[in-house]
Design a protein around this ligand. Structure first.
Ligand code: 26W
Length: 835
């Protein structure tokens, strides 16, 4: 297991973080901010205003370090990574910043002296929900680790006016409510108009022939002004502050009489509308590509601005653009930022006059690509018509990349016996069948292609990207995901964090494998007791949250069995709730049976247009309604759907979980990162051998987890042979049959409501389209694993032992380790130490 060296974090302590926190100064700063921002005293100020005043006081502390860091980067001129991502799911900033400034307890005390409760203050902050799920949160964890390890990095993204929608549950249905997260202003951001860039859309390309070569230029376009907003990314205790740069859009010119006179009135209106729409909203689709024109505009908008800025920054210090890749690397977070490839080519050729070969050399040494999913419906393909109309010059470049790549394929395979070259071209071309395939472009132009867990990378190499792996084996590598323990233990679970530190010291905060020293306490009765007490208190905290937000009372002594993640058929929330229905049937039929009380907790947002996902939410709530209100089962089962699952309530949920449900159809979940957050908080995994679950089990031992279901090989094998026939199971297993019939016989709603779910499991027309996620196939094995969970929980000492071993074994899953591997094996950056 790789352990991260943190020697430099010790030496890097500097400036303000090194100074003793001046409590009196801080209190005065808060009072002063309330006065100057709102002309109020503390007593008169609203909770939101107090949050703003406290945040500005914290930001004052950050800004000094921010300037120092950027000055050091300026002076030392290190190689930088630009992490390009459509999504950064940052959550709240205030608490995290105080944690990383190592000022959390001091601020808490100071605020108490002012009569303020820090928790209440933190709760005023809206989440920066600029992401859907795993991919966006991973980007946020990576930024935290980059700053903590002292690596020069920029996050580049979009400043969406509306982030991920807020979810309300009305009558059991999901209702999407706009998330106007900026209404009260964002105290941590800084508008930087001096770095504005112009981004061009549409028009046509002209060619000029001069000195034996062609010069291209885009004419008749519409332009949008990109204005960057910077957010500080505070490293833990090392004085480093990196930058997340997110771009806002503004019209290039407002209405002016001038343009009106010139007859450009129409164009001015259009440009203004384009600018207004472009950053309006985050697409709430996860793992599903919708092919919307506005989405491609968003992609090119933030990529063009970011690449322009990266080049401009480089050229402020250097004169040879041919060495750009020595100082800059772009990591493409899935295919969403892949227009960075032709955009960099365009700038190098059209603005710096490099030849094709020179530009290609730089580009292919700059760009690296991470794949986050094998779900076919997530693959981004743009119709040529749309792509070339919106980005005419970029399209030309893509065509040329494609033309040359096809020549490469022919050269490689033309004389190879048994290889059908046309077949290779059909499967691998970047432009084919009227579409531009973004993954193919990212692989062809990338110097690195990585998956996000061992199993996922192997599946990419052997199945999904097999032809590319065969052609470019040296590009492929694995980087198993990780999470930041600073947010998900130190901030989210202060009781457990303190307990860990009391037992093994505080090194785990920047060196998570140190948490392995807890192993010696796994069999210690006192430690087990303390651990279970802490879990209990965290369950009380969650129970309070659930009562306040859902009006449902749950018993903190019951087993908290939790599945929180985006709602998707492959993640199989349906398997979970069908099993709850089965358990309820058992209890009704055998009221005297032994049964350990269980609270099934769900949290999930469904993409607004995803029918089966939304229906599954309704089903969970309908089942909850019936079961929670059935006095005959004495509250032995409770079902709770937590509204609006997001980063900030996630912290409370992970801390309180006993059981972590990671039950995706094997092969479908690229990695999962929630699984790691649960483990870090001492929950036991109930899961399939999928994604990073495989590595979790490897670390903690199968005896400390509950593994069930088909293997990925078995799933893939069935898929390659036309699926399986769920009817057989339905006809032979009376328990399953009964549960499925309850979907359509009015037990939980009128007979037609859940029929689409029933049909998805048992399509009588065609077996190949029935139960494509193997829910019935895995049901028995899941139920057996659940039985084992119950047995295990009855043995309190045994459970505590396993839970402690989970915490102790999660060292590998820190994003610090992941980032160190990206640095060592892909980016090759040097640490910057502040003096
Ligand atoms: C174009 C629509 C779209 C939107 C989002 C396609 C694909 C995505 C993401 C790639 C989906 C996503 O978040 N994937 C998750 O990435 C995590 C971080 O690597 C993994 O842990 C999850 O397993 C994977 O589902």
């Amino acid at each position: 297991m790789a352990s991260v060296t943190t020697t430099s974090t010790a030496t890097a302590k500097t400036s303000l973080t090194n100074l003793k926190f001046d409590k009196e100064l801080f209190k005065r700063s808060v009072l002063y901010n309330v006065k100057t921002l709102y002309r109020k005293t503390l007593e008169e100020a609203s909770a939101q205003q107090i949050f703003q005043a406290v945040s500005y006081a914290i930001k004052d502390q950050i800004v000094e370090n921010w300037m120092e860091t950027q000055k050091a980067y300026e002076k030392e001129d290190p190689k930088m990574v630009y992490y390009m991502s459509m999504e950064f799911l940052m959550g709240r900033a205030l608490g995290n910043n105080m944690i990383n400034l190592q000022a959390y307890d001091d601020v808490k005390d100071a605020l108490e002296e002012l009569g303020l409760d820090l928790n209440v203050v933190e709760d005023q902050e809206p989440d920066a929900a600029l992401g859907n799920g795993g991919l966006g949160r991973l980007a946020a964890c990576f930024l935290d680790s980059l700053a903590t390890l002292g690596y020069p990095a920029y996050g580049c993204g979009i400043r969406y006016r509306y982030g991920m929608f807020k979810q309300e549950i009305r009558d059991g249905y999901q209702v999407e409510v706009p998330d106007n997260w900026l209404v009260d202003g964002n105290p941590f951001e800084l508008r930087r108009p001096e770095y504005a860039k112009t981004v061009k859309f549409g028009g046509y390309v002209t060619v000029r022939h001069e000195n034996g070569r062609n010069f291209f230029s885009q004419e008749g376009y519409q332009s949008v002004k990109a204005i960057p907003f910077d957010m500080p990314i505070v490293g833990y205790g090392n004085g480093i502050v990196n930058t997340l740069r997110i771009w806002d859009a503004e019209a290039v010119e407002c209405f002016s009489l001038d343009s009106f006179d010139k007859g450009d009135y129409q164009k001015a209106v259009e440009q203004q509308n384009l600018a207004r729409n472009i950053v309006e909203v985050l697409y709430p689709n996860d793992n599903h590509y919708a092919g919307k024109e506005l989405r491609l505009k968003q992609q090119y908008f933030f990529i063009s601005a970011s690449v322009q800025e990266a080049v401009a920054k480089y050229m402020r210090k250097h004169d040879d653009i041919r060495k750009f890749h020595e100082k800059v690397t772009f990591q493409l977070n899935d295919t969403h930022p892949t227009v960075a490839v032709p955009e960099l080519m365009r700038i190098l050729m059209d603005e710096y006059y490099l030849t094709w070969d020179e530009a290609w050399d730089v580009t292919t040494k700059t760009c690296a690509y991470t794949n986050h999913t094998i779900m076919a419906e997530a693959l981004e393909k743009w119709p040529i018509e749309l792509f070339s109309r919106l980005l005419p010059r970029i399209y030309q470049i893509v065509e040329e990349i494609n033309r040359r790549f096809i020549l490469d394929i022919q050269e490689k395979y033309n004389n190879v016996p048994g290889v059908n070259v046309q077949d290779k071209i059909r499967k691998m071309a970047i432009i084919y069948d009227g579409q531009v395939k973004m993954a193919h472009m990212a692989i062809v132009a990338g110097y690195s292609v990585n998956g996000v867990a061992q199993l996922h990378t192997e599946i990419l190499k052997k199945q999904e990207l097999r032809d590319f792996y065969e052609m470019f084996p040296e590009r492929f590598n694995n980087k198993t995901n990780g999470i930041t323990q600073r947010r998900f233990l130190l901030h989210g679970n202060p009781l457990l964090a303190k307990w860990v530190t009391d037992h093994v010291g505080s090194e785990w905060i920047t060196d998570l494998p140190q948490i392995g020293r807890l192993k010696i306490y796994a069999d210690d009765a006192k430690a087990q007791q303390e651990f279970m007490n802490i879990k209990y208190q965290n369950k009380v905290r969650l129970a309070k949250y659930i009562l306040e937000h859902n009006g449902v009372e749950v018993d903190p002594r019951s087993i908290f069995d939790v599945q929180v993640k985006r709602l998707h058929e492959y993640k199989r929330q349906l398997l979970n709730i069908l099993h709850v229905m089965y358990l309820y049937n058992e209890l009704k039929e055998h009221p005297e049976m032994e049964f350990y009380p269980r609270t099934f907790i769900f949290g999930a947002k469904a993409a607004a247009g995803y029918r089966n996902a939304k229906l599954t939410i309704k089903l969970i709530n309908s089942v909850a309604d019936v079961i929670n209100n059935d006095p005959s089962i004495n509250g032995k089962i409770k079902v709770v759907f937590i509204e609006n699952y997001n980063v900030s309530n996630a912290e409370i949920i992970f801390a309180a979980a006993d059981v972590s449900e990671q039950i995706s159809t094997a092969s479908k979940e690229a990695s999962g990162t929630g699984n790691m957050k649960f483990m870090l908080n001492g929950a036991l995994t109930l899961g399939t051998m999928d994604g990073a679950n495989v590595e979790i089990v490897e670390e903690v031992g199968e005896e400390n987890a509950f593994i069930f279901g088909l293997s990925s090989d078995e799933v893939i094998n069935y898929e390659n042979h036309g699926g399986y026939n769920p009817m057989e199971i339905f006809n032979n297993d009376q328990d399953i049959r009964k549960v499925l019939m309850q979907l359509i016989n009015g037990t939980y709603s009128h007979t037609e409501l859940f029929r689409p779910l029933y049909n998805s499991l048992l399509n009588t027309q065609s077996t190949s389209k029935a139960d494509t996620y193997f829910i019935l196939k895995d049901f028995k094995s899941y139920a057996e694993a659940q039985k084992k969970v119950e047995q295990a929980y009855k043995n309190e000492a045994g459970w505590a032992r396993s839970a402690i071993l989970n915490v102790a074994s999660c060292g590998k899953f820190t994003s610090d380790r992941t980032i160190q591997q990206y640095v060592d094996e892909i980016w090759h950056l040097d640490k910057v130490v502040l003096k």
